[in-house]
Design a protein around this ligand. Structure first.
Ligand SMILES: O=C(O)C(=O)C[C@@H](O)[C@H](O)[C@H](O)COP(=O)(O)O
Length: 362
């Protein structure tokens, strides 16, 4: 097992990464209260809920352990689904001292964290991510929330977990498409913050695609370390944290336009990363060779590298105007200054943005 720490001004938590961690009661026990609610989905519950529950009762047989099983998928990440969690908590008569456990991917993690931020104005929660994307990204950093028909992650809160427990064994049941989607976020870290990591990913890409466990664990560790470092510096995205959004302005537009769920989040981010790299190249920050390196990796992972069929420039522009990085009506984008260094800027030629969007039309 490897452990990272996320040190914030008012909070500290560990991120444990290793095989078989869901069954390790001693890692969870110090963070549990007498009332526990596991929030999971209908795909993950039959695979891992019993294993987790067995670990939860071990140190304290009197602890109440209940669960709520939500429908699976990005299309269910909205307020109506969240209400099921609140209803369950109220039916159980759980108090302000309860602990929520998010067992699942990014959708479950984001919704559980938001439920924890809201229930009785705030209770504790723990992240138990089971997809590559949630292990390398969404379980760390405390961004929680749900989608709205008009925009991705538009309703939410910053709410940090008490613990992130990454059991790499759960990847054994992750479908290839979901696994590849997680690789897009891994690639993002190399692009925005660590050129050496990007080179390492290129060298180990075939091992990652083959899911060689030591290489996958190393990629998770290095991704979480980079994310923890950025979040520690800027917990609530007043500045630098926005670099974690590379490709997301395009990606979120794709997800919203396609109605959530048709494209996985990581797939939309994959195309978004390539578009952001392409735009950075049109603006003269990076060379064409980097665009091609990114495209090659995405194609090898069978990730999409073009816009959804029928999505036009105006569709992008309308949705991007609602991006959370917009300030006083001015669009700010995350772009690459060079490989391994991202910037957040509104200083770009709009014509270059149009060219990028049009270039990716399918
Ligand atoms: O943690 C962050 O900060 C990120 O931006 C990470 C993103 O990869 C993640 O998808 C995040 O949920 C997007 O947040 P949003 O604020 O752009 O909705």
């Amino acid at each position: 097992m490897k452990t990272l720490s996320l040190d914030l001004p008012a909070h500290h938590y560990d991120i444990h990464i290793g095989a078989g961690l869901l069954a390790q009661a001693e890692l969870l026990a110090p963070h549990l209260s007498p009332e526990v609610l596991v929030v999971t989905n209908e795909t993950i519950a039959p695979l891992y809920l019993a294993r987790l529950e067995a670990a939860l009762v071990k140190p304290d047989a009197n602890r109440r352990i209940e669960s709520v099983v939500l429908p699976d998928g990005e299309q269910h990440k909205h307020l109506r689904t969240l209400d099921q969690v609140f209803t369950r908590l109220l039916e159980l008569n759980y108090s302000r001292r309860c602990t929520l456990l998010a067992l699942g991917g990014g959708v479950i993690g984001d919704m559980t964290g938001f439920a924890a931020a809201c229930y009785q104005r705030g209770v504790n929660y723990i992240q138990l991510p089971t997809t590559l994307l949630s292990q390398v990204d969404s379980s760390v950093g405390g961004k929680t929330g749900v989608n709205h028909a008009l925009g991705k992650n538009m309703i939410g809160a910053f709410k940090q977990p008490e613990l992130v427990l990454i059991d790499t064994d759960t990847l054994s049941t992750l479908p290839d498409r979901e696994y590849a989607a997680g690789l897009a976020e891994v690639l993002k870290y190399g692009l925005i913050a660590d050129a050496g990591f990007f080179d390492w990913l290129e060298q180990h890409w075939s091992d990652l695609l083959a899911r060689r466990s030591d290489v996958v664990s190393e990629a998770i560790y290095r991704s979480c370390a980079l994310k923890a470092e950025v979040v520690a510096e800027d917990e609530t995205e007043q500045g630098r944290r926005a670099i974690l959004n590379l490709g997301h302005t395009f990606g979120h537009a794709i997800e919203t336009w396609t109605g959530y769920g048709a494209w996985l989040h990581g797939e939309a981010v994959a195309t978004g990363l390539l578009m952001a790299t392409d735009l950075s190249q049109r603006l003269g920050h990076v060379d064409v060779a980097l665009v091609e390196r990114v495209r090659t990796l995405l194609l090898q992972a069978e990730l999409p590298v073009r816009s959804p069929t029928g999505m036009a420039r105006d569709n992008y522009l309308q949705l991007m105007a609602r991006d959370k990085k917009v300030e006083s009506g001015v669009l700010r984008l995350v772009l690459l200054n060079t490989l391994g260094h991202a910037i957040v800027t509104s200083d770009f030629a709009v014509q270059a943005l149009y060219e990028t969007i049009d270039h990716f039309k399918s």
